[in-house]
Design a protein around this ligand. Structure first.
Ligand code: FAD
Length: 478
């Protein structure tokens, strides 16, 4: 019997994986394949933190598949070359995969489909990475959505949880197919090994993702609506890298959270708020799917006239967490150390870069792309453009986060800043979020000299805000 190739991409799981389940159910021998494709046109190469995650995740996937008797074949190169090769070598007559929606990946997949069909090979692609396909949701005028709230309303009323696909029990293994050794791909950093903090922070892989979801449903989701904005608490799910790599799918999250909504005490907002945030992920993909230019360009062309500043030194201070604004520095250091940053702090840090420093959102997006373990093209560009004001349904440019007030509100006792900016940890609460306002005895009592032990603020926020607003006026009335 001819075999079927299951092409894994961002669906690195055995449970609820439509392509894998269908292949196994067909009774044909299954050849699981992952292609490290860094060469296809316009497909963005992975950032450093993503490469680290991918290595761990593939190891875990290979172990999971091995427990069912399947052996994961690893190949490197343009997918359009690799797939026909693997098909030939394994005598496959069918290739299946779960869809990715980024414009370059979708275009590549379409070409691959044509090539395989021309060679007499069947293909089938499945949904599974989003709650709904980008083209399944449209406005009454049959247009894509540009505003989140009506998108969410439509998704909420039309979403139907699909049938659950169990992990395959005893699939028929396909013929042994030569592949690469994971270690030879060099996805892990060597010298210097910067991944210590990532290893300490994360358990990677499907089993860890399932545990994290179960723990969050048990312990965290009830307070999610209240705590999700607090970086000093473990208020959010931290499922983002697992969702990005498909170690868990959004339907699994929905199935776990939705039944709690009715059971919630009146006024509770946890599970419903979680589903709404999950829909932001769909919305970002929807936007990028219909506006592919937004990966590199402003969604709103008016922003092409915005007078951004080229300032490599300011950018480096921001990247390294040396802006002199403790909440921004805490976020940037959390990011560097763990590969993740709390959503509220992502918004504050991104606002600081684009508005206080007037540095183009593309520089921030590129840094996040390299350092986030959940780096996701659609979510990253959509959120950067949301913060900078250049996106669809964006925060208006003139809403400029005050980093001190934000910190006082969302990190009220300073636990988050103290954790990530330990050099100022001994400052009293009153001065912690604005050390430049601390009386001299508070500074000396905490053993700090500003400018030596911790930077003075790079910019004065009030003046920076005025500068940003006049840059915005310049853009609007050139
Ligand atoms: P939870 O609050 O537990 O939310 C559950 C899930 O919903 C998340 O795992 C995520 O998949 C989704 N989600 C939540 N908020 C958003 C959002 N605003 N947009 C899209 N999806 C969301 N998220 C990424 O996954 N990858 C990125 O590259 C990314 N870049 C960002 C850049 C900036 C400047 C900003 C402001 C936000 C960015 N986000 C990104 C969105 C958000 O910060 C993260 O998804 C969230 O912090 C992940 O933590 P969590 O899993 O605990 O989220």
């Amino acid at each position: 019997m001819t075999s079927v190739v299951v092409w894994f991409r961002r669906d690195l799981r055995l449970h609820d994986n439509p392509a894998l389940a269908r292949a196994a159910e067909s009774g044909r021998p299954v050849v699981p394949l992952f292609v490290l494709d860094e060469e296809s046109r316009d497909v963005r190469p992975l950032g450093g933190a993503s490469r680290w995650w991918l290595h761990e995740s593939l190891r875990s996937l290979a172990e999971g598949l091995a427990r069912t008797g399947l052996s994961l074949c690893l190949r490197r190169g343009p997918a359009s070359d690799v797939l026909p090769e693997v098909v030939r070598e394994s005598g496959a007559a069918r290739v299946v995969w779960n869809r990715c929606y980024e414009p370059a990946s979708a275009a590549r997949d379409e070409k691959i489909e044509t090539t395989l069909h021309a060679a007499g090979v069947e293909t089938e692609s499945y949904p599974g990475s989003l709650l709904m396909e980008p083209w399944e949701i449209e406005t009454r005028q049959k247009e894509p959505y540009r505003v989140f709230t009506p998108f969410w309303r439509r998704l909420r009323e039309s979403y139907r949880t699909p049938k659950r696909h169990p992990a395959p029990r005893e699939p028929t293994p396909g013929p042994a197919t030569a592949g690469d050794r994971l270690d030879d791909w060099g996805l892990q950093p060597t010298a210097p090994d910067w991944a210590g903090g990532l290893r300490e922070t994360w358990e990677v892989g499907e089993a860890a993702a399932r545990r994290r979801l179960a723990d969050f449903i048990e312990d965290g989701v009830g307070r999610y609506g209240i705590d999700r904005d607090r970086p000093d608490l473990r208020g959010s799910s931290r499922l983002s890298p697992h969702l990005h790599w498909g170690e868990i799918g959004p339907h699994q999250v929905w199935r776990a959270a939705a039944p709690l909504i009715e059971a919630e005490a009146p006024g509770g907002s946890g599970p419903e708020a979680l589903l709404r945030e999950l829909a932001w992920r769909d919305f970002s993909h929807h936007l990028l799917f219909y506006s592919p230019h937004m990966e590199k360009d402003n969604w709103r062309p008016a922003f092409d006239r915005f007078p951004w500043r080229e300032d490599p030194k300011a950018l480096a201070n921001w990247q390294e967490g040396r802006t002199g604004y403790p909440i921004v520095d805490a976020g940037m250091r959390e990011l560097w150390h763990t590969g993740w940053m709390h959503n509220r702090v992502r918004m504050i840090a991104a606002s600081f870069l684009t508005k206080d420093l007037l540095v183009h959102w593309r520089h921030g997006e590129a840094w996040f792309w390299d350092t986030l373990v959940d780096a996701d093209l659609a979510n990253n560009v959509a959120n950067w453009q949301w913060v900078s004001g250049s996106g669809a349904d964006a925060q208006p440019f003139f809403r400029i986060f005050n980093p001190v007030r934000q910190a006082q509100k969302f990190d009220p006792a300073g636990a988050y800043v103290r954790r990530w900016v330990p050099e100022i940890a001994r400052l009293p609460d009153r001065s912690l979020h604005q050390p430049w306002e601390a009386p001299p005895n508070a500074l000396s009592g905490a053993g700090i000299e500003l400018g030596r032990d911790y930077p003075l603020p790079m910019v004065d926020h009030t003046a920076a805000r005025e500068r940003a607003l006049s840059a915005y006026q310049q853009m609007r009335h050139p």
